[in-house]
Design a binder for this molecule. Structure first.
Ligand code: AHM
Ligand code: MG
Length: 335
């Protein structure tokens, strides 16, 4: 029987590859793993306890917050606060960055951007949701960390990952040396290495987009959707349409099976819907590390300037050849 490797063992093992690492980064990832287990526990019993439904407040984008969004946000912030490695947390659920200033975190050098519970409209109906996170190193040297520390380009990410709370719970992350996936074994309460060195197929047969918005899409996107639907034996078209409405789950499936995920600009949302800092950038880093591609239609997601914490971006992400094909059509027909 193959030897079981837990997330904790794996990151300690990897730390040996970075002789200058002092262990803070290892602790940071393990803090995230602990908060993920607590959120997993709550997500799994969501139907049983009175934790479903609206929390009665709205987040920064005017969307109703669900109770579990609030719970997940609190869990991750509290784990990062008490860990002492993190000086700023940027969360989808908080308008302003959270500056962590305490005795334990006075030398903290990491910034975490997080979407604590992505796809939360799916909670009430028992469909997979996820957490997305991204790790940066602070640039400022002295004193309190600054807003600029939190506005770094995606290329500056040290690590990124997601947790998918699905039929099983998985944590997938990269530190820029490939992508590894861990499945939570609830019987021992540990994430165990289950998907080492994940690679996304260079092409696939799945396209994921909310086609209900078709009428609002730019011409290039409409043309690409029609391209996916045309019969062509050589390229295995028509492709299958698969859209869960939970980016983490949709992308996790496409990472394993091959496919493209698209959230374009629309006439209703001219900048797109998804957020660059804690949704697009971390997913782009992971997918690129797995051999895929991610752009806003023309520019690599990771190269986009970050002007504000909650800015939005269009995204075309997944199997490299499929994203290239979409970009070619956007270029030809406009987007
Ligand atoms: P959320 O962070 O408020 O949950 O929104 C992000 C989610 C993504 O997971 C998903 O891809 C998208 O919103 C679905 O949006 P739509 O319902 O417009 O298709
Ligand atoms: Mg989200």
């Amino acid at each position: 029987m193959a030897k079981l490797q837990t997330l904790g063992q794996f990151i300690v093992e990897k730390q040996k590859d970075f002789p200058y690492a002092k262990g803070e980064f290892t602790r940071l990832i393990s803090d995230i793993g602990i908060a993920a287990k607590i959120v997993h526990r709550e997500v799994n019993k969501a139907g049983l306890v009175n934790i479903l439904g609206e929390h009665g407040t709205q987040n920064t984008h005017g969307e109703d917050q669900k109770k579990l969004d609030v719970f997940a946000n609190e869990q991750f912030i509290s784990a990062l606060r008490s860990g002492g490695e993190c000086c700023i947390v940027v969360s989808e659920e908080n308008d302003e960055p959270i500056f962590i200033e305490s005795e334990v975190s006075k030398d903290a050098k990491y910034i975490i951007a997080i979407d604590p519970l992505d796809g939360s409209s799916n909670i009430d109906v028992n469909v997979s949701v996820g957490t997305i996170f991204s790790v940066y190193r602070r640039k400022s040297v002295n004193g309190r960390a600054t807003l600029e520390d939190a506005l770094q380009k995606g290329t500056e990410q040290l690590a990124a990952g997601y947790i998918v709370y699905g039929s099983s719970t998985m944590l997938v992350y990269t530190t820029g040396n490939g992508v590894n996936g861990f499945t939570l074994d609830p019987s021992i309460g540990e994430f165990c290495l289950s998907h080492p060195e994940l690679k996304i197929p260079s092409k696939g047969t799945i396209y994921s987009i909310n086609e209900g918005n078709y009428v609002h899409f730019p011409l290039g996107v409409k043309k690409y959707i029609k391209y996916c639907q045309v019969e062509d034996e050589a390229s295995s078209r028509p492709y299958s349409s698969r859209y869960i409405g939970s980016m983490v789950s949709d992308l996790h499936r496409n990472l394993i099976k091959g496919g493209i995920f698209i959230y374009p600009t629309t006439s209703q949302a001219p900048k797109g819907k998804l957020r660059l800092v804690y949704e697009c950038n971390p997913m782009a880093f992971i997918i690129e590390q797995a051999g895929g591609r991610a752009s806003n239609g023309s520019t690599r997601i990771l190269k986009l300037d970050v002007d504000s914490l909650h800015q939005r971006s269009a995204i075309f992400i997944g199997s490299a050849e499929m994203v290239l094909q979409a970009e070619a059509m956007l270029n030809e027909f406009g987007y």
